[in-house]
Design a protein around this ligand. Structure first.
Ligand code: CAA
Length: 381
């Protein structure tokens, strides 16, 4: 659905206020305590943020991709940990069900995901299957009208809070690669599932990733998403969409850092004048603005194409590649403009510098995006 322009703008204004008044003041605390406070999560529920992309008939706001990325431009303007709370429910955790779920699966899960009552996680990566996702080994063995699941998933976002996993598993051990993989929706309370402790990370404190171990976890056949052997395509289509979402977050973070850098450059004086007067500082600011603007345009263009029903596998990868690299450069320049203060924790810039590093890695590294882009060029042209 597309909201009318006024309603969308009102919603965006509300999210902007939430970010400015509720999230920004506690960024340092979230970083230090490695958790987003419960009252903030509750406010996210009230705002409807968990259900942005869930169709209205299942209790969500049913935003189009274009509308969703515009909201993410705002939510991106604070520590990415806040976005991570809702990120899997509106993105990689829920979209398998939205795109490939049966009516019953949609009715069973989507209203709870939209309200935030249940957190969804996306479980694809394994110790031996990162960039080479089709090498996954976790096995779902058919046993009558059940599957028995054994194996380990790694770096699973929000696993420690998850009520449901969108899980990719090998159902045909005789087939290597993508064709032996199926997708499942697994209740996290299923006996035989153990979630590890959140990993200690370089950045994005407050956003959690954990191992998930399956030992003879038994689920009914009805938990399968789509047909046997279709799971890899489910994962890839979910990621096509997720890569646009992440790109929008990168734009948001970049715009926040540009604002911080401009404000600092205007007030910090050296050699008898604000450093903003120096052309070498201006050049850095101009490069930041140009690249963030380009990324914003790319995100909006790819989102509009997706809303028009066009396959955007290549554009999603172009956008993720450019936006995630762009925000790395912007964060680096922001540290440089802040000088010594950029390196000091109290100013918060170094925290963003660490936070944005993962954007070039998760949901497909820059190198995987390059590979997808080139493959699609060679296929298309
Ligand atoms: N849409 C639909 N189908 C697709 C597709 C897409 N975007 N991409 C591939 N496929 C299909 C192919 O058409 C092919 O089907 P056929 O055999 O019927 O032709 C099948 O899937 C296999 O495709 P490939 O031959 O291209 O597979 P591959 O193994 O050579 O490479 C890859 C695929 C692009 C490298 C893929 O493995 C990939 O994207 N890797 C990165 C994984 C990734 O992004 N992981 C992130 C995990 S989630 C996360 O990070 C978030 C978090 O929680 C931390």
């Amino acid at each position: 659905m597309a909201l009318d322009a006024d309603t969308l703008q009102q919603f965006i204004d509300t999210v902007r206020r939430f970010v400015t008044e509720r999230c920004v003041p506690i960024e340092a605390k979230v970083g230090e305590e490695d958790r987003v406070p419960d009252d903030i999560v509750a406010e996210m529920r009230t705002l409807g943020l968990f259900g942005l992309s869930v169709p209205e008939e299942y209790g969500g706001l049913g935003l189009s991709m274009t509308e969703e990325v515009k909201v993410m431009f705002e939510l991106g303007q604070t520590s990415p940990a806040f976005r991570s709370v809702i990120g899997t429910n509106i993105g990689i955790g829920s979209q398998g069900v939205v795109m490939f779920g049966s009516e019953k699966q949609k009715r069973d899960w989507l209203p709870k995901l939209a309200s935030g009552e249940v957190i969804a996680s996306f479980a694809l990566t394994e110790p031996g299957a990162g960039s080479d996702a089709a090498a996954l080994k976790l096995q779902a063995r058919r046993d009558g009208d059940h599957y028995v699941i054994n194996g380990t998933k790694r770096y699973i976002t929000n696993a420690n809070r998850a009520g449901m996993f969108t899980l990719m598993a090998r159902t045909d051990p005789g087939k290597r690669g993508a064709s032996g993989i199926s997708a499942f929706i697994i209740p996290a309370a299923t006996p035989g599932i153990t979630v590890g402790r959140p990993e200690r990370k370089m950045g994005q404190q407050g956003a959690h990733i954990c191992d998930v171990v399956f030992q003879d976890a038994r689920v009914p056949v009805e938990c399968r998403l789509g047909e046997e052997g279709e799971g890899f395509k489910v994962a890839m289509q979910v990621l096509d969409r997720g890569r646009l979402h992440i790109s929008a977050v990168c734009v948001g973070v970049a715009e926040r850092l540009i604002r911080e850098a401009v404000n600092y450059a205007r007030t910090r004086e050296q050699f008898g004048q604000p450093i903003a007067e120096f052309q070498l500082i201006q050049a850095m600011l101009a490069d930041c603005r140009t690249e963030a603007y380009a990324a914003r345009c790319m995100v909006l263009d790819a989102a509009a194409k997706r809303d028009a029903g066009i396959n955007v596998t290549m554009e999603a990868s172009c956008t993720k590649y450019f936006a995630s690299e762009m925000v790395g450069r912007v964060a680096d320049r922001a540290v440089q403009i802040f000088g010594g203060a950029g390196y000091i924790a109290d100013y918060g810039i170094e925290r963003f510098y660490r936070d944005v590093r993962i954007f070039r890695i998760y949901e497909g590294t820059s190198q995987i995006q390059q590979l997808v882009i080139a493959r699609n060029m060679l296929k298309r042209d």
